[in-house]
Design a binder for this molecule. Structure first.
Ligand code: SF4
Length: 438
């Protein structure tokens, strides 16, 4: 295929997928494929899939159909987790040209070049289990925030999760390569970098460096960017890391720690590597060292065996802990997981009811986190988009604030005074002039 053409991208799933799609797009741009919107007629469509998404197959089919409609002659390339797990199902979707699993998704251009359509669909998905290769990736959407993948894969095999099957064993880049990418991202004017991975706390390099060493190295590197740590497993978020974040000027006081259940019986069935008590200790340690931190929590409701009594344990623990918001997931049966064979299925209506209960609790917790900071001064990174005449941004401890739109403030860090919580759940803030600052 000759260069000088266009490519469009569609991403399903998590931040990691977004980072990887961005990287594939940059690679193709380097080969002369200008990036266009997915709704435009493009010469190549790349669809990055997710195996966790509900109805992955149906979604994938619809997107392929849309791409074909936009340009019937286009090349359609399907990559990512679902392509790794179900290559045959994807290859059978009419209109697909290339299917690339986890190992091959960064070689789109190479496969396009050698594609012979008369030979049918080209499928490359090697056995992911043996993979030790790490492909650095980072996303570049707007200029404000970038997701940087520092780790991939997972060795934990929780009983509800197919990610280890789709992404393989845990592996990481070197600290030096992360530092290089941070420089590259900062040079684009990006002000905040979110360190992302499948099991980021399991970051380990060939040189023997661990996640705490990465935090230390980033903290020492004087740069323009500030950092957030995306979701980190409680057993891997040790006191040392919490302490480093508490002392750091560039790491934001914000943690996202999956709990999944407050019941030890359920944690055991989920094959999680901690129990409720350890989780409690972690939150208490964060509060002790960083009292104003934002703490987000993932919870799964309706896992097999979650009786009313076990659910109540989750609810009690969440009530007790000083956390700032919840991400609530309703359990759904997934092929190729051990949870699928477990007894004690929870009726779907009960799962939904529990989800609602926790979402209400999340709103309450978030409100309390926001209100506790009304009247304080905070540093806010303003974003790029004007929304109803306002400009929004996040404080260091992840409170969403807004001020009247001013183009000069876009993608800048400013000191503001938090005035009041409005009815949309956003804090109205006032910019501080130099003489007002403490
Ligand atoms: S830690 Fe558990 S839930 Fe998270 S990716 Fe690994 S197996 Fe899946």
């Amino acid at each position: 295929m000759r260069a000088g053409k266009t490519a469009a991208y569609y991403t399903l799933g998590c931040k990691l997928n977004f980072a990887e799609t961005s990287t594939i797009a940059r690679q193709l741009e380097g080969e002369g494929f200008a990036r266009v919107d997915f709704e435009d007629a493009a010469d190549v469509y790349v669809i990055n899939t997710c195996s966790v998404t509900e109805q992955a197959d149906k979604k994938c089919r619809n997107i392929v159909r849309r791409a074909r409609k936009l340009n019937p002659d286009a090349y359609v390339v399907v990559v990512g987790c679902y392509a790794q797990l179900k290559p045959k199902a994807i290859a059978s979707i009419p209109g697909v040209d290339i299917v690339l699993g986890a190992n091959d998704k960064f070689k789109v251009q190479e496969y396009l070049k050698n594609l012979d359509r008369s030979e049918g669909v080209l499928v490359k998905n090697e056995h992911i289990k043996e993979t030790r290769t790490f492909h650095p990736s980072w996303s570049a959407g707007d200029r404000t925030r970038s997701f940087l993948k520092v780790q991939d894969g997972c060795d934990y095999f929780c009983s509800f999760c197919t990610i280890p099957l789709a992404r393989g064993r845990s592996r990481s880049g070197s600290i030096d390569s992360v530092l290089e990418q941070v420089e590259e991202i900062s040079a684009q004017g990006v002000k905040e970098i979110v360190l992302t991975g499948v099991n980021i706390g399991d970051f380990k390099t060939e040189e023997g460096h661990e996640f705490r060493d990465l935090v230390q190295a980033l903290d020492e590197q004087a740069g323009a960017a500030r950092f957030r740590i995306s979701s980190i497993e409680p057993d891997l978020l040790n006191e040392e890391i919490i302490k480093k974040v508490s002392e750091s000027k560039v790491f934001m006081p914000h943690f996202h720690i999956p709990l999944q259940s407050g019941s030890d019986v359920l944690l055991e069935r989920m094959r999680r590597r901690y129990r409720a008590e350890l989780y409690r200790e972690r939150i208490q340690k964060i509060r002790e060292l960083i009292p104003h931190a934002c703490i987000g929590v993932d919870v799964i409701v309706g896992f097999p065996g979650e009786t009313e009594e076990e659910f109540q344990k989750t609810l009690d623990l969440l009530h007790e802990l000083e956390i700032s918001y919840l991400h609530v997931f309703t359990y759904s049966e997934r092929p190729n997981t051990t949870a699928l064979r477990m007894d004690g299925a929870v009726p779907v209506a009960t799962r939904q009811k529990r989800n609602k209960v926790l979402r209400m609790l999340s709103l309450k917790k978030q409100r309390a986190h926001y209100e506790a900071h009304v009247g304080t001064q905070q540093n806010v990174l303003f974003e790029t988009e004007e929304i109803d005449g306002m400009l929004q941004g996040f404080t260091e401890n992840y409170i969403r604030v807004q001020v009247p739109f001013d183009a000069e403030l876009v993608n800048s860090i400013q000191e503001v005074h938090l005035e009041r919580l409005n009815s949309d759940g956003i804090i109205e803030a006032a910019l501080l002039l130099a003489q007002d600052r403490n």
